[in-house]
Design a protein around this ligand. Structure first.
Ligand SMILES: [Zn+2]
Length: 55
């Protein structure tokens, strides 16, 4: 059995059909609610917007 938990708040609640998939860069993570999805997206874009991030 695979137990999936929220990638944002690290709560112990299991994700079920109500889980929300969030695409960050190349990978997809699952969170428990819209707020967690938003938090992950903001954290991701903050990373991307980092100055001197040229490769
Ligand atoms: Zn959550």
């Amino acid at each position: 059995m695979t137990q999936r938990t929220c990638a944002a708040c690290a709560c112990d609640c299991e994700l079920d059909a109500q889980s929300i998939k969030v695409k960050l860069g190349g990978k997809t993570v699952e969170v428990c609610c819209e707020e967690c999805a938003q938090a992950l997206k903001e954290a991701d874009s903050a990373m991307a917007a980092r100055p001197h991030g040229e490769s």
